[in-house]
Structures are given as structure tokens and as C-alpha cells.
Design a protein around this ligand. Structure first.
Ligand SMILES: [Zn+2]
Length: 263
């Protein structure tokens, strides 16, 4: 007797489980159809069906969108997918296997409807280091060289187990496994965004005239009297990822010259 659709679905979910895949991230009916009903059930056909019916994004997934602001800045914003939308922005009336766009409402910008093709999984913006010796390198003396998790804990947080690095800014935080979640990781990126927003005038000035960054330094006898160029350079040292390209190049050359003069 031929297997019923229900049995085939169950079988597909089981096989995905054996392959250590999460069945919920797959269109099970699509796999059953392509692999076993219209397909011959070979390993190759199964693999193709599994690949084809993987859902890269689901409601609740944290993603990053890229927003061009009206005043000429590119911002990264993060949030969970709240719903899927059609190409025209309307809601789907029923469940769809291949949604077109996602609706999300990030904390620091207005709501957006963004095609799935333009979404980035939140986690790809972070490097997650798990090696204990690296996570705790230079750890605090008073805690036996062990950093504590700075996630959601009150008194006596557990030791950190991972170091999360925001790739764009290089900013990092240490978490325990339970706190290594999207909501807490994206705070690093949100903080970088806040620095970007407060640095707008610096960025604009250096975009307009990159040579501002190579201006004169303060007189050696009056080092506390910072020149405007000193201030640009101090800012560039603190936020290297925000320095516009041409200014960054000039600054790198300027530093080389300084060390050549000093040597
Ligand atoms: Zn924690």
C-alpha cells in the first residue's frame, strides 16, 4: 500500500532530523513532492529537494537591513522579522512557501518592508570567538583572570564563554552561552550606530576636506592646546571604522611620516 501524505511528511521530518537539520526550517510538502512523488527518491534527488526547500528566513529571525539616510549616511539596523509581505507590500492572506519581503520594525529607525533578497542574517555581522584562552586574554586580576558575562545577570554573573566581535567596528563584548543571543549581540552594533550618528559632523567635514586630518599638531610646549587637526586625529583613533576612505589614507601616510621623522 502506498504511503499516505501524512506518513511521507513524517518520514521527511525524521530524515531531516537524522541529518541534524531543523525540520521547521524546511517546506516539508515541497520536499516530499520533489523527492518522492515526482522524484525517484534517490540520494541526489533528496539532497536537491532539501536544498531547494530550505527557508532561509522565518518570522522571528533577527536580520540586518541597510538604510541610506536622507543626509547621506549608510546605517545598519537590526530587528526580528515580524511578518512576511507581498511584492506590493500587502499582507499574505495565508501561509506561503516563498514569501517575497519581510516587515520589520528596528529600534532606531522607522518600520521597513524589505525584500528577503536584501536581508542579512544578524549573526553574519559578528565574529564569535569560543576559545577560552582568547576570550579571557588579559582577564581581570581580581577575578582570577576570568571575565564575567555582561549579559542579563544581576549579582554574580557567570564566567564568559564567548567573545562577540562586531565585524564593522571591531567592538567586542563577552557573554555566557545563554546570553549569546541576537538581542544582546545587536546592542554592540547599535552602540556603533550611535557613535556614527554623533560623529556626523566630523565625517562630513572630512568627506569635504580629507586634508583636515593632516593639519599641524600642537606646539610641543603647549600639548594641552589641541589643534583642530589633533582633534580629528583623536577622533579617528577612537573610531577608525568611521573615518572616510580618503581621510583614512591621508592619515595613514601622515602617521608613517611622523614615525620617520621621529626615527
Ligand atoms: Zn550571561
Amino acid at each position: 500500500m502506498a504511503a499516505t501524505m501524512r506518513e511521507l511528511r513524517e518520514q521527511a521530518r525524521e530524515e531531516l532530523g537524522w541529518e541534524k537539520r531543523d525540520p521547521d526550517r524546511y517546506d516539508i510538502d515541497g520536499i516530499v513532492r520533489d523527492a518522492w512523488i515526482t522524484g525517484n527518491g534517490s540520494d541526489e534527488v533528496w539532497k536537491k529537494a532539501v536544498e531547494k526547500h530550505y527557508k532561509r528566513f522565518m518570522v522571528g529571525d533577527w536580520v540586518r537591513i541597510t538604510v541610506e539616510t536622507e543626509d547621506g549616511f549608510t546605517e545598519h539596523h537590526y530587528g526580528p522579522i515580524e511578518a512576511f509581505r507581498k511584492r506590493n507590500g500587502n499582507h499574505y492572506r495565508r501561509h506561503v512557501a516563498k514569501p517575497y519581503a519581510a516587515f520589520l520594525h528596528p529600534e532606531y529607525t522607522r518600520s521597513h518592508v524589505v525584500p528577503l533578497a536584501e536581508l542579512v542574517e544578524e549573526v553574519t555581522d559578528f565574529e564569535i570567538v569560543t576559545e577560552w584562552s582568547v576570550v579571557h586574554e588579559g582577564g581581570p586580576q581580581h577575578n582570577y583572570g576570568v571575565y564575567s558575562c555582561i549579559g542579563r545577570h544581576g549579582f554574580a554573573p557567570p564566567p564568559a564563554t564567548v567573545m562577540v566581535i562586531h565585524k564593522v567596528s571591531g567592538r567586542r563584548k563577552r557573554f555566557c552561552d545563554a546570553c549569546n543571543v541576537p538581542e544582546l549581540r545587536v546592542r554592540l552594533a547599535d552602540e556603533a550606530l550611535m557613535y556614527q550618528r554623533t560623529s556626523k559632523s566630523m565625517v562630513r567635514e572630512l568627506r569635504e576636506d580629507p586634508s583636515l586630518i593632516t593639519g599641524p599638531t600642537a606646539e610641543p610646549s603647549r600639548l594641552w592646546d589641541k589643534t583642530p587637526a589633533d582633534e580629528y586625529r583623536e577622533w579617528a583613533d577612537a573610531f577608525p571604522w568611521l573615518v572616510p576612505g580618503p581621510a583614512a589614507e591621508l592619515y595613514a601616510k601622515w602617521k608613517e611620516n611622523q614615525s620617520a621623522v621621529a626615527a
